[in-house]
Design a protein around this ligand. Sequence first.
Ligand code: SF4
Length: 309
Amino acid sequence: MDGYAGKIAYADLSAGNVTIKPTPPELKKLYIGGRGFGIRLLTDMVDPKVDPLGEENMLVFAAGPLTGTGIPLGSRYEVSTISPLSNTAMSGNSGGVFGWKMKKAGFDAVVVSGRSRRPLWLFLDSGKAEFRDASGLWGMTTGQTTDAIIKELDDQSVRVSCIGPAGENKVRFACIINEKTRAIGRGGTGAVMGSKNLKAIAARGNLPIKIADETKLTEVKERVKKKITENGIEQALTKYGTAVLVNIINENYVLPTRNFQTAHFAAAEKVSGETMAATILKQNTGCYACIVKCGRVCEFDGEKGEGTE
Ligand code: SF4
């Protein structure tokens, strides 16, 4: 069994230090990675009745064994915590490049605990991890934070997962954003990060991800690619993005409308993937190793940028 970077970083914001330990074999065997790692570690280390925005809550950033191996769609990482929205254990996930970079920096997971007295960011750098001062970043948007860290390190290969003012102010549905446009979008993970005074995690490195059987992995990659390219749903996602679902779910009366007061939107066609593709779509984008590329670059009123998926 492999596909792991080999280490977990335990970042204690109260103590201001980071301890690095090997990824336990039984954790890999029983819980595989990502959400499995996150919920297991959370269950072991956090009282379920904890105040989600208190010092005792934890955030676990974790990727799985496929992330970073080049397998199609193998880009995801999960963040698990006790949610300030539901007061229960939760996981959210995001694509982009950060999950791959976290593993190339040497880490299968980062366990964030405690609370810092001043804003900090965490730098994962080729098997090492350290806190850095984030006083100058506090108040910045996620895009500004990402640019500032890349500028400080003078390295375009760095990938950043961070919070903006919503997370800093503990808005209970605040997201964690990586690469400016990819979101851990559920459960208020950004608020938990803000409550800990942790502004960002940045990852850099090119360490190997151990592959148990390269030949077999290449075979599986080809099989997965074939399945994806032959699948009608994936073809529609490439053509119209995630918004291909707008018309479908609207016709089935399950489209959340006006804050879920109704489940049908009369003007849904105007914001559907089909309409966007015909009017404002400029090009597709995608996460690391993704051949679907459901991400969109759109132009509207002279403004061009990423979104919506
Ligand atoms: S581009 Fe879309 S389909 Fe591909 S991994 Fe990212 S979110 Fe998933």
